[in-house]
Design a protein around this ligand. Structure first.
Ligand code: ZN
Ligand code: ZN
Length: 415
Protein backbone atom coordinates (compact mmCIF):
# COMPACT_ATOMS: atom_id res chain seq x y z
CA UNK A 1 0.00 0.00 0.00
CA UNK A 2 1.41 3.36 -0.94
CA UNK A 3 -0.24 6.61 0.00
CA UNK A 4 -0.40 9.03 -2.94
CA UNK A 5 2.10 11.83 -2.60
CA UNK A 6 -0.65 14.45 -2.56
CA UNK A 7 -2.36 12.84 0.45
CA UNK A 8 1.00 12.49 2.24
CA UNK A 9 1.79 16.14 1.62
CA UNK A 10 -1.62 17.20 2.93
CA UNK A 11 -1.26 15.04 6.04
CA UNK A 12 2.17 16.58 6.64
CA UNK A 13 0.69 20.07 6.43
CA UNK A 14 -2.07 19.08 8.85
CA UNK A 15 0.35 17.56 11.35
CA UNK A 16 2.72 20.54 11.25
CA UNK A 17 0.17 23.35 11.51
CA UNK A 18 0.92 23.66 15.22
CA UNK A 19 4.71 23.33 14.77
CA UNK A 20 6.51 25.38 17.41
CA UNK A 21 8.98 26.94 15.01
CA UNK A 22 10.26 29.62 17.40
CA UNK A 23 11.02 26.95 20.00
CA UNK A 24 12.89 24.82 17.45
CA UNK A 25 14.86 27.87 16.27
CA UNK A 26 15.91 28.51 19.85
CA UNK A 27 16.88 24.83 20.19
CA UNK A 28 18.98 25.21 17.03
CA UNK A 29 20.70 28.39 18.20
CA UNK A 30 21.58 26.71 21.47
CA UNK A 31 23.16 23.74 19.66
CA UNK A 32 24.99 26.12 17.36
CA UNK A 33 26.47 27.99 20.33
CA UNK A 34 27.66 24.72 21.87
CA UNK A 35 29.23 22.55 19.18
CA UNK A 36 30.89 19.28 20.18
CA UNK A 37 33.48 17.29 18.26
CA UNK A 38 32.95 13.73 17.03
CA UNK A 39 32.49 11.19 19.86
CA UNK A 40 32.10 14.03 22.39
CA UNK A 41 28.48 14.92 21.63
CA UNK A 42 27.44 14.60 25.30
CA UNK A 43 25.52 17.83 25.73
CA UNK A 44 23.86 17.57 22.31
CA UNK A 45 22.83 13.96 22.94
CA UNK A 46 21.48 14.88 26.38
CA UNK A 47 19.34 17.70 24.96
CA UNK A 48 17.93 15.49 22.23
CA UNK A 49 17.27 12.59 24.61
CA UNK A 50 15.43 14.77 27.12
CA UNK A 51 13.14 16.22 24.47
CA UNK A 52 12.44 12.81 22.94
CA UNK A 53 11.51 11.42 26.37
CA UNK A 54 9.17 14.35 26.94
CA UNK A 55 7.57 13.58 23.58
CA UNK A 56 6.81 10.01 24.64
CA UNK A 57 9.71 8.09 23.11
CA UNK A 58 11.47 5.18 24.82
CA UNK A 59 14.98 6.63 24.84
CA UNK A 60 18.34 4.88 25.15
CA UNK A 61 21.52 6.92 25.43
CA UNK A 62 25.13 5.90 25.01
CA UNK A 63 24.51 3.69 21.96
CA UNK A 64 27.83 3.30 20.14
CA UNK A 65 29.41 5.99 22.32
CA UNK A 66 27.22 9.07 22.50
CA UNK A 67 24.42 7.87 20.19
CA UNK A 68 20.74 8.35 21.08
CA UNK A 69 17.93 6.02 20.03
CA UNK A 70 14.28 6.97 20.56
CA UNK A 71 11.53 4.45 19.79
CA UNK A 72 7.84 5.23 19.34
CA UNK A 73 5.67 2.12 18.91
CA UNK A 74 2.31 2.96 17.45
CA UNK A 75 0.63 -0.22 16.30
CA UNK A 76 1.12 -2.40 13.23
CA UNK A 77 3.13 -1.19 10.32
CA UNK A 78 6.64 -0.64 9.09
CA UNK A 79 9.58 0.43 11.21
CA UNK A 80 10.87 3.75 9.91
CA UNK A 81 14.26 5.01 11.07
CA UNK A 82 15.03 8.75 10.90
CA UNK A 83 18.65 9.81 11.35
CA UNK A 84 20.34 13.05 12.30
CA UNK A 85 24.08 13.30 12.89
CA UNK A 86 25.21 15.41 15.85
CA UNK A 87 28.93 16.22 15.62
CA UNK A 88 30.70 19.50 14.87
CA UNK A 89 34.10 20.24 13.32
CA UNK A 90 37.47 21.67 14.40
CA UNK A 91 36.80 24.92 12.54
CA UNK A 92 37.06 28.47 13.91
CA UNK A 93 33.71 30.15 13.24
CA UNK A 94 33.75 33.45 11.36
CA UNK A 95 30.05 33.92 10.61
CA UNK A 96 29.63 36.84 13.00
CA UNK A 97 26.21 35.47 14.01
CA UNK A 98 24.77 36.49 17.37
CA UNK A 99 24.55 32.76 18.18
CA UNK A 100 28.02 31.86 16.91
CA UNK A 101 30.03 29.10 18.59
CA UNK A 102 31.13 29.84 22.13
CA UNK A 103 33.79 27.11 21.93
CA UNK A 104 36.91 28.46 20.31
CA UNK A 105 38.07 26.37 17.38
CA UNK A 106 34.94 24.20 17.23
CA UNK A 107 32.00 24.95 14.96
CA UNK A 108 28.86 23.38 13.55
CA UNK A 109 30.28 24.02 10.09
CA UNK A 110 28.47 21.09 8.45
CA UNK A 111 25.02 21.96 9.79
CA UNK A 112 24.53 18.88 11.96
CA UNK A 113 22.91 21.17 14.54
CA UNK A 114 20.20 21.76 11.94
CA UNK A 115 19.90 17.99 11.43
CA UNK A 116 19.31 17.41 15.15
CA UNK A 117 16.75 20.23 15.17
CA UNK A 118 14.86 18.79 12.19
CA UNK A 119 15.02 15.32 13.75
CA UNK A 120 13.53 16.60 16.98
CA UNK A 121 10.85 18.61 15.17
CA UNK A 122 9.87 15.55 13.14
CA UNK A 123 9.92 13.28 16.21
CA UNK A 124 7.66 15.62 18.18
CA UNK A 125 5.32 16.11 15.22
CA UNK A 126 4.95 12.38 14.61
CA UNK A 127 4.32 11.73 18.29
CA UNK A 128 1.70 14.46 18.58
CA UNK A 129 0.04 13.20 15.39
CA UNK A 130 0.15 9.49 16.15
CA UNK A 131 -3.59 9.04 15.55
CA UNK A 132 -2.91 9.69 11.87
CA UNK A 133 -0.48 6.80 11.21
CA UNK A 134 0.53 3.39 12.48
CA UNK A 135 3.88 1.64 12.70
CA UNK A 136 7.08 2.32 14.61
CA UNK A 137 9.40 5.33 14.47
CA UNK A 138 13.04 4.92 15.45
CA UNK A 139 14.86 8.22 15.95
CA UNK A 140 18.65 8.01 15.67
CA UNK A 141 20.93 10.78 16.95
CA UNK A 142 24.20 9.64 15.45
CA UNK A 143 27.64 10.59 16.74
CA UNK A 144 30.83 10.95 14.71
CA UNK A 145 29.73 11.29 11.10
CA UNK A 146 32.74 13.48 10.28
CA UNK A 147 35.62 11.13 9.62
CA UNK A 148 33.21 8.22 9.88
CA UNK A 149 32.77 5.53 12.46
CA UNK A 150 29.67 6.79 14.27
CA UNK A 151 27.10 4.79 12.32
CA UNK A 152 29.31 1.70 12.47
CA UNK A 153 29.69 2.08 16.24
CA UNK A 154 25.91 2.25 16.71
CA UNK A 155 25.37 -0.85 14.57
CA UNK A 156 28.13 -2.68 16.46
CA UNK A 157 26.40 -1.69 19.71
CA UNK A 158 23.16 -3.39 18.66
CA UNK A 159 21.22 -0.75 16.74
CA UNK A 160 19.55 -3.47 14.67
CA UNK A 161 19.12 -6.04 17.44
CA UNK A 162 18.35 -4.11 20.64
CA UNK A 163 15.87 -1.86 18.86
CA UNK A 164 13.20 -2.48 16.19
CA UNK A 165 14.94 -3.37 12.93
CA UNK A 166 14.14 -0.71 10.30
CA UNK A 167 12.24 -1.41 7.08
CA UNK A 168 13.16 2.03 5.72
CA UNK A 169 15.96 4.45 6.71
CA UNK A 170 15.73 8.18 5.96
CA UNK A 171 18.03 11.16 6.38
CA UNK A 172 18.56 14.66 5.02
CA UNK A 173 21.55 17.03 4.93
CA UNK A 174 21.68 20.81 4.85
CA UNK A 175 23.51 22.17 1.80
CA UNK A 176 24.45 25.44 0.13
CA UNK A 177 22.01 26.71 -2.51
CA UNK A 178 19.10 29.15 -2.52
CA UNK A 179 16.71 28.37 0.37
CA UNK A 180 13.85 26.12 -0.62
CA UNK A 181 15.38 23.45 -2.86
CA UNK A 182 15.26 19.72 -2.13
CA UNK A 183 17.97 18.05 -4.21
CA UNK A 184 17.18 14.36 -4.71
CA UNK A 185 19.27 11.78 -6.53
CA UNK A 186 17.92 8.27 -7.09
CA UNK A 187 20.69 5.66 -6.95
CA UNK A 188 24.27 6.69 -6.22
CA UNK A 189 24.21 9.97 -4.25
CA UNK A 190 27.42 10.06 -2.17
CA UNK A 191 30.83 8.62 -2.96
CA UNK A 192 33.00 6.06 -1.28
CA UNK A 193 36.02 7.47 0.55
CA UNK A 194 39.03 6.34 2.51
CA UNK A 195 42.00 7.89 4.30
CA UNK A 196 45.42 6.32 3.92
CA UNK A 197 48.38 7.10 6.17
CA UNK A 198 51.89 6.35 4.94
CA UNK A 199 55.14 6.36 6.90
CA UNK A 200 58.34 6.17 4.85
CA UNK A 201 61.28 4.93 6.90
CA UNK A 202 64.62 6.15 5.60
CA UNK A 203 67.98 6.61 7.26
CA UNK A 204 68.63 10.06 8.72
CA UNK A 205 71.94 11.87 8.87
CA UNK A 206 73.91 15.02 8.19
CA UNK A 207 72.73 17.18 5.31
CA UNK A 208 76.31 17.36 3.99
CA UNK A 209 76.63 13.56 3.66
CA UNK A 210 73.54 12.27 1.82
CA UNK A 211 75.49 9.22 0.69
CA UNK A 212 75.31 7.89 4.26
CA UNK A 213 71.52 8.27 4.42
CA UNK A 214 68.35 7.12 2.70
CA UNK A 215 66.51 10.41 2.29
CA UNK A 216 62.80 9.86 3.08
CA UNK A 217 61.85 13.32 1.77
CA UNK A 218 63.07 12.47 -1.73
CA UNK A 219 61.37 9.07 -1.57
CA UNK A 220 58.10 10.52 -0.32
CA UNK A 221 58.26 13.18 -3.03
CA UNK A 222 58.54 10.44 -5.67
CA UNK A 223 55.54 8.76 -4.05
CA UNK A 224 53.47 11.98 -4.20
CA UNK A 225 54.32 12.49 -7.86
CA UNK A 226 53.71 8.89 -8.82
CA UNK A 227 50.38 8.83 -6.96
CA UNK A 228 49.16 11.34 -9.52
CA UNK A 229 49.16 8.50 -12.05
CA UNK A 230 46.67 6.40 -10.07
CA UNK A 231 43.58 8.28 -11.27
CA UNK A 232 45.15 9.43 -14.56
CA UNK A 233 46.53 6.05 -15.69
CA UNK A 234 44.87 3.25 -13.74
CA UNK A 235 41.19 4.23 -13.53
CA UNK A 236 38.97 4.01 -16.61
CA UNK A 237 37.64 7.32 -17.91
CA UNK A 238 34.03 6.26 -17.26
CA UNK A 239 34.71 6.21 -13.49
CA UNK A 240 35.00 9.23 -11.20
CA UNK A 241 37.84 9.22 -8.69
CA UNK A 242 39.94 11.69 -6.71
CA UNK A 243 43.20 11.09 -4.84
CA UNK A 244 44.56 13.95 -2.72
CA UNK A 245 47.71 14.14 -0.63
CA UNK A 246 46.45 16.37 2.17
CA UNK A 247 49.50 16.31 4.41
CA UNK A 248 53.26 15.85 3.88
CA UNK A 249 55.36 15.99 7.04
CA UNK A 250 59.10 15.47 7.38
CA UNK A 251 62.16 17.04 8.87
CA UNK A 252 63.15 19.64 11.45
CA UNK A 253 66.11 21.65 10.22
CA UNK A 254 67.95 22.78 7.08
CA UNK A 255 70.98 20.53 7.46
CA UNK A 256 69.47 17.33 8.82
CA UNK A 257 68.14 14.55 6.66
CA UNK A 258 65.26 13.15 8.74
CA UNK A 259 64.74 9.44 9.39
CA UNK A 260 61.15 9.37 8.23
CA UNK A 261 58.43 11.14 6.24
CA UNK A 262 54.66 10.94 6.69
CA UNK A 263 51.92 11.33 4.10
CA UNK A 264 48.16 11.58 4.61
CA UNK A 265 46.03 10.66 1.60
CA UNK A 266 42.31 10.94 0.95
CA UNK A 267 40.59 9.10 -1.86
CA UNK A 268 37.10 9.24 -3.30
CA UNK A 269 35.32 7.09 -5.81
CA UNK A 270 31.83 6.03 -6.77
CA UNK A 271 32.39 2.30 -6.96
CA UNK A 272 33.81 -0.12 -4.35
CA UNK A 273 35.92 -1.87 -7.00
CA UNK A 274 37.51 1.43 -8.01
CA UNK A 275 38.27 2.14 -4.36
CA UNK A 276 39.91 -1.27 -3.93
CA UNK A 277 41.93 -0.74 -7.06
CA UNK A 278 43.12 2.68 -5.85
CA UNK A 279 44.18 1.30 -2.47
CA UNK A 280 46.05 -1.55 -4.17
CA UNK A 281 47.81 0.96 -6.44
CA UNK A 282 48.80 3.12 -3.46
CA UNK A 283 50.31 0.10 -1.70
CA UNK A 284 52.23 -0.94 -4.81
CA UNK A 285 53.59 2.56 -5.48
CA UNK A 286 54.60 3.23 -1.88
CA UNK A 287 56.29 -0.16 -1.49
CA UNK A 288 57.93 0.13 -4.90
CA UNK A 289 59.38 3.60 -4.30
CA UNK A 290 60.67 2.59 -0.88
CA UNK A 291 62.31 -0.50 -2.35
CA UNK A 292 63.83 1.57 -5.16
CA UNK A 293 65.30 4.01 -2.65
CA UNK A 294 66.73 1.23 -0.49
CA UNK A 295 64.73 2.05 2.63
CA UNK A 296 65.97 -0.17 5.48
CA UNK A 297 62.48 -0.99 6.73
CA UNK A 298 59.29 -1.41 4.67
CA UNK A 299 56.86 1.52 4.76
CA UNK A 300 53.79 1.52 7.00
CA UNK A 301 50.51 1.86 5.11
CA UNK A 302 47.32 2.25 7.17
CA UNK A 303 43.87 2.43 5.59
CA UNK A 304 41.23 4.11 7.75
CA UNK A 305 38.25 6.44 7.61
CA UNK A 306 36.57 4.16 5.11
CA UNK A 307 33.15 5.28 3.87
CA UNK A 308 31.11 3.10 1.56
CA UNK A 309 29.13 4.76 -1.20
CA UNK A 310 25.56 5.88 -0.49
CA UNK A 311 23.13 4.42 -3.04
CA UNK A 312 19.52 5.52 -2.62
CA UNK A 313 16.73 3.07 -3.34
CA UNK A 314 15.41 4.61 -6.56
CA UNK A 315 11.75 3.72 -5.95
CA UNK A 316 11.78 5.12 -2.42
CA UNK A 317 13.61 8.24 -3.57
CA UNK A 318 11.02 8.84 -6.32
CA UNK A 319 8.22 8.53 -3.74
CA UNK A 320 9.85 10.89 -1.25
CA UNK A 321 10.76 13.36 -4.00
CA UNK A 322 7.18 13.29 -5.33
CA UNK A 323 5.90 14.13 -1.85
CA UNK A 324 8.40 16.98 -1.54
CA UNK A 325 7.22 18.35 -4.90
CA UNK A 326 3.63 18.28 -3.65
CA UNK A 327 4.63 20.01 -0.44
CA UNK A 328 7.03 22.65 -1.68
CA UNK A 329 6.30 23.07 -5.40
CA UNK A 330 7.19 21.22 -8.59
CA UNK A 331 10.36 23.24 -9.24
CA UNK A 332 11.84 22.76 -5.79
CA UNK A 333 13.09 19.23 -6.37
CA UNK A 334 16.22 19.03 -8.53
CA UNK A 335 18.63 16.18 -9.28
CA UNK A 336 22.25 17.36 -8.99
CA UNK A 337 23.62 13.85 -9.61
CA UNK A 338 26.14 12.03 -7.42
CA UNK A 339 28.48 14.04 -5.18
CA UNK A 340 32.14 13.28 -4.46
CA UNK A 341 31.30 13.90 -0.79
CA UNK A 342 30.90 10.92 1.54
CA UNK A 343 28.61 9.83 4.35
CA UNK A 344 28.27 6.92 6.74
CA UNK A 345 24.46 7.20 6.73
CA UNK A 346 24.06 4.07 4.57
CA UNK A 347 25.67 1.94 7.28
CA UNK A 348 22.53 2.47 9.42
CA UNK A 349 20.45 0.42 6.99
CA UNK A 350 20.75 -3.37 7.40
CA UNK A 351 21.81 -5.05 4.14
CA UNK A 352 19.02 -4.95 1.56
CA UNK A 353 16.89 -2.43 3.48
CA UNK A 354 15.97 0.57 1.29
CA UNK A 355 17.16 3.99 2.35
CA UNK A 356 16.92 7.54 1.04
CA UNK A 357 19.16 10.55 1.65
CA UNK A 358 18.58 13.99 0.17
CA UNK A 359 19.51 17.62 0.70
CA UNK A 360 17.80 20.81 1.86
CA UNK A 361 19.39 24.04 0.61
CA UNK A 362 19.83 26.82 3.14
CA UNK A 363 21.76 29.83 1.78
CA UNK A 364 19.91 33.01 2.75
CA UNK A 365 18.39 35.05 -0.07
CA UNK A 366 20.70 38.08 0.30
CA UNK A 367 23.89 35.99 0.22
CA UNK A 368 22.60 33.99 -2.73
CA UNK A 369 21.59 37.04 -4.75
CA UNK A 370 24.92 38.75 -4.04
CA UNK A 371 26.90 35.70 -5.13
CA UNK A 372 28.87 36.01 -8.33
CA UNK A 373 27.52 34.15 -11.36
CA UNK A 374 24.29 33.63 -13.27
CA UNK A 375 23.44 29.96 -13.15
CA UNK A 376 22.78 27.81 -10.09
CA UNK A 377 26.13 26.05 -10.59
CA UNK A 378 28.10 29.31 -10.92
CA UNK A 379 26.54 30.87 -7.84
CA UNK A 380 26.88 27.60 -5.92
CA UNK A 381 30.66 27.90 -6.24
CA UNK A 382 30.60 31.36 -4.64
CA UNK A 383 28.57 30.86 -1.46
CA UNK A 384 29.93 29.38 1.78
CA UNK A 385 29.55 25.60 1.71
CA UNK A 386 29.67 22.85 4.32
CA UNK A 387 32.87 22.92 6.40
CA UNK A 388 33.44 26.62 5.69
CA UNK A 389 33.97 28.90 8.68
CA UNK A 390 31.28 31.10 7.09
CA UNK A 391 28.65 28.36 6.67
CA UNK A 392 25.42 29.72 8.15
CA UNK A 393 22.17 27.96 7.23
CA UNK A 394 19.23 30.35 7.16
CA UNK A 395 16.75 29.79 9.98
CA UNK A 396 13.87 29.90 7.49
CA UNK A 397 14.68 26.25 6.67
CA UNK A 398 13.83 24.98 10.15
CA UNK A 399 10.09 24.47 9.57
CA UNK A 400 10.24 23.19 5.96
CA UNK A 401 13.08 20.84 6.93
CA UNK A 402 10.82 19.34 9.59
CA UNK A 403 8.05 18.98 7.01
CA UNK A 404 10.44 17.34 4.56
CA UNK A 405 11.42 14.77 7.18
CA UNK A 406 7.86 14.18 8.46
CA UNK A 407 6.56 13.66 4.93
CA UNK A 408 9.34 11.17 4.18
CA UNK A 409 8.51 9.28 7.38
CA UNK A 410 4.83 9.14 6.41
CA UNK A 411 5.90 7.86 2.98
CA UNK A 412 7.95 5.14 4.66
CA UNK A 413 5.12 4.26 7.06
CA UNK A 414 2.76 3.75 4.14
CA UNK A 415 5.02 1.06 2.63
ZN1 ZN B 1 30.67 17.40 7.10
ZN1 ZN C 1 27.66 16.70 7.36
Amino acid sequence: MTMPSRATAQLTRDLTTGLKTADLEEFYRDLHRHPELSRHEYRTAGKLAARLRAAGYEVTEGVGGTGVVGVLRNGDGPVVMLRGDMDALPVRERTGLSYASETDGVMHACGHDMHVTWLLGAAETLSAGRDAWSGTIVIVGQPAEEGGGGAEAMVADGLHTRFPRPDVVLGQHVAPGPVGLYPHTPGLVMSAAADVDVVVHGVGGHGSRPESTVDPIVTASHIVTRLQTVVAREIAARHSAVLTVGRFQAGEKHNIIPPEARLALNLRSQDPEVQERMIAAIRRIVQGECAAAGCPVPPEITVGGVFTSTVNDATLDHEVAATHRELFGQDTVVDPGPSMGSEDFARLAPPGVPYDYWFVTATDVATWEAAQGETLQEKFAHVPGNHSRLFAPDLSVVAPGVQALVSSALTGLAH
